[in-house]
Design a protein around this ligand. Structure first.
Ligand code: ADP
Ligand code: ZN
Length: 744
């Protein structure tokens, strides 16, 4: 009697029942990926339950023609039963199908790879060996404790395959097949700078002590570890993980993509050993899959990953850590729009384990939870030892005449500090959170700014490539000399296009002029195209080859580089004037995090903030290094305006090639929702529809609508109604975004 399985098939919402042929019975378990016939085609799916076909069932299923499943040679489970509950929760909350969630959660499967291994078995006298080659191979094998890959022998000795065949026939060596596992380990040797042992400070010990109790308790308990930049949060994580391992359990750490650098991994590896699996989308497919399997099969007990690491298949989970929990990049921006930090808490609840959210600048959501007593607050208010927080100076650009500026963007104060730092042989970071050379090209006559024809954003001028680039759709264009929007006038002639605004490339050029002979580097998405270049740039800072590094927000994140004693923010105001209720919060976080890169070693740090709005709370509180004051101010504003964390949000984004259809669709949905809310007495507020701040992307017009409610369940009911509408029109795409981070 065959077994039956329920299978979910992306993107379909329901599960289907299939029979399992006896030959592959062994290969089909909960969590297996299988190929099944679906109508006229074949589709991949995942086994979510398995049960024997009893006689009663046989009768009730008589009308349904069961189809046999077949594995595609990858029959082993891709996830564990305990993960299934987690996936189900996600599907429900974000309004997607279970099959889609699983598809997002598990990395692409890499086909299994085998290698042949050769080992010595017969200790025969060399007399039975024929020829020099056989003797050499046997000698080589005698020196090895472990079997050698055939490939290595072939590389070393010409004609090895034939010789090994002969040796195998004479039963002198044994050739076996073994699966090749290619788990990612960054470097075989830990770098010298990585500390092998750290004696925790009293503050760190206190925090760890409270955590330790929770680690033994086997219940869900959330913590907010609020530690100023450089206070040694990472060391607390590492020690907590060590305790988890001694308890025989496993730990999951998620860090922002950009912080998942080899340098951070080195720090963990030196202290935790090779018990580590790295999950990173930048890894090659086989390394990623092997890391996943090492966890699934219990060969590794600590997982470190970026956003998608939250799905890691750990057994007996004893601790989840979310570093830099405030990072908005934890929210997936398309497809399944999950928030990895929020999911960490959900997973902690499902698996009964502590969850630590760590940050120097906690999100207001987490801060409000901690204040309300939902999370235990752990504080690390100072840096370890004699290391101080950097001193901060605000430079009011309004007060400096243009002719007194050493360059267009660098103030005399920043120039002076740069020169001092360089003279002392220390290093400086300069933050300018905009890529490119000029922000935009503008006509001198009619002030027209060149925009992307597909997206309603300006094109950015990149000097090194000499092109105009759209940062949304990647359209590139040769920069024109004259404006095509206005006709040439007699007195002024044709409209000349001028470069306005600046980008990292421009700041780099200004610095090069200002500081001849100084080694200056640039770190942004255009200069660090791959992980290796990125690592290279950071290594050059660590070893002192680079004296000044200019960069976008990429330089503000996580780096622990003791030589950096000066951080200059060239323009604090970038990012403050955008229509997003989190703009102030994000600016405060970016500035505080950037400032926190200064003075992490023995030498004191200094920060210079250049701005035209010195009274802005984000800037003022950064200068005073006062997170609590900023949070109190900002929370009050959120209460007044009823935005998160005071309320919960659901964003509905519609886009269409038709200029009015997106908005019209939302207007219709709004009427429907108004009625629904009235009839069901559902306390929600609907804002919009309006055109989205970026009204067009990739030739599609965008409109959006925001729904506010006091709690998530109310929004889930709205989502349920909207989900029925979702696929009704092919001309409009509807995106439902729970707890949106992106409102543009
Ligand atoms: P955070 O994660 O809070 O930004 P880190 O854990 O990176 O801080 O610590 C900042 C620096 O201080 C690192 O170089 C770290 O090795 C060092 N450090 C942290 N705790 C201690 C300690 N107890 N003793 C000595 N050095 C420490
Ligand atoms: Zn574009």
């Amino acid at each position: 009697m065959p077994n039956l399985v329920n299978i979910v098939i992306p993107p379909l919402p329901q599960a289907y029942t299939y029979a399992v042929p006896e030959e592959i019975e062994q290969d089909v378990e909960i969590g297996s990926r299988v190929v099944v016939p679906l109508g006229k085609r074949h589709a991949h799916g995942y086994v979510v339950s398995k049960f024997p076909l009893t006689e009663e069932r046989e009768q009730s299923l008589a009308d349904i023609k069961l189809k046999p499943v077949s594995t595609d040679g990858k029959g082993r489970p891709c996830f564990s039963v305990s993960q299934l509950r987690f996936f189900e929760w996600i599907a429900k909350y974000y309004g997607d199908s279970l099959a889609n969630v699983i598809d997002v959660a598990i990395p692409p499967i890499a086909p299994r790879k085998f290698q042949r291994l050769v080992q010595l078995i017969g200790l025969s006298s060399s007399a039975s060996l024929r020829g020099a080659l056989q003797r050499k191979i046997v000698e080589r094998l005698q020196h090895e404790k472990q079997p050698l890959p055939m490939e290595a022998l072939t590389r070393e000795f010409r004609g090895a395959p034939a010789a090994v065949r002969a040796l195998a026939a004479a039963q002198i060596v044994l050739v076996t097949e073994a699966e090749l596992v290619d788990q990612y380990l960054p470097s075989t040797q830990a770098p010298r700078w990585a500390k092998t042992e750290v004696k925790l400070t009293a503050q760190q010990r206190d925090a760890l002590g409270i955590l330790s109790k929770a680690l033994c308790a086997e219940t869900y308990s959330p913590f907010l570890l609020h530690g100023v930049t450089g206070s040694g949060k990472t060391e607390v994580y590492i020690e907590a993980i060590r305790e988890v391992l001694t308890l025989g359990k496993s730990a999951l750490v998620i860090v922002p993509e950009i912080a998942l650098t080899p340098q951070l991994i080195d720090r963990f590896r030196v202290r935790l050993g090779d018990n580590l699996a790295i999950l990173h989308s930048a890894l090659n497919r086989r390394a990623r899959w092997d890391s996943w399997r090492a966890l699934l099969e219990g060969r590794a007990h600590v997982a470190i990953g970026a956003r998608s690491g939250i799905f890691a298949p750990l057994h007996k989970l004893g601790l989840i850590i979310v570093d830099e929990e405030h990072e908005s990049s934890y929210k997936q921006a398309e497809g399944l729009r999950y928030h990895a930090r929020d999911l960490a808490l959900v997973r902690g609840k499902l698996e009964n384990c502590p969850v630590v959210l760590g940050s120097a600048t906690p999100s207001l959501e987490s801060y409000a939870h901690a204040k309300a007593g939902h999370y235990t607050l752990l504080n690390l208010p100072t840096r370890p030892g004699s290391t101080q927080q950097p001193s901060v100076e605000i430079v009011d650009l309004n007060k400096i005449a243009p002719w007194d500026m050493p360059t267009r963007s660098i103030s005399p104060q920043l120039q002076k500090s740069l020169l001092e730092v360089i003279a002392r042989g220390e290093q400086a970071f300069l933050l300018y959170n905009r890529r490119g050379f000029a922000s935009y090209l503008q006509c001198k006559n009619c002030n027209t700014v060149i925009e992307c024809p597909n997206c309603s954003v300006t094109l950015t001028y990149h000097r090194t490539r000499n092109e105009l680039l759209c940062h949304y759709c990647n359209l590139t264009m040769v920069p024109p000399q004259f404006c095509s929007a206005c006709t040439p006038t007699e007195d002024k002639g044709p409209g000349v296009l001028e470069q306005r605004g600046a980008g990292t490339e421009k700041i780099f050029e200004e610095l090069a002029e200002l500081l001849p002979g100084v080694a200056i580097g640039r770190l942004d998405r255009d200069s660090a195209l791959d992980e290796q270049t990125y690592r290279g740039i950071l290594d050059q800072v660590r070893d002192g080859t680079l004296q000044v590094l200019v960069g976008t927000q990429m330089i503000a994140k996580g780096h622990d580089l003791p030589g950096v004693t000066l951080v200059g923010v060239v323009d604090c105001d970038i990012g403050l004037h955008i229509p997003d209720f989190r703009a102030s919060e994000r600016a405060f976080q970016l500035l505080t995090q950037a400032a926190g890169r200064a003075g992490r070693g023995d030498k004191p740090g200094r920060v210079i903030l250049q701005t035209r709005i010195p009274q802005h709370p984000s800037i003022r509180h950064t200068a005073q290094n006062d997170y609590n004051a900023f949070a109190a101010f900002e929370l009050e504003r959120r209460v007044k305006t009823n935005y998160p964390p005071q309320s919960r949000l659901l964003r509905i984004l519609a886009s269409s090639a038709d200029k009015t259809l997106a908005r019209d669709t939302l207007a219709r949905l709004r009427m429907q929702l108004d009625t629904f809310a009235r009839e069901e007495k559902l306390p929600i507020t609907i804002l919009g529809p309006t055109a989205a701040p970026i009204a067009k992307i990739k030739t599609h017009w965008r409109a959006h609508m925001l729904i506010k409610a006091a709690a998530a369940p109310q929004l889930l009911r709205v989502m349920h109604v909207l989900n029925q509408e979702r696929y009704k029109s092919k001309k409009v795409r509807l995106v439902l975004d729970m707890d949106p981070q992106d409102l543009m």
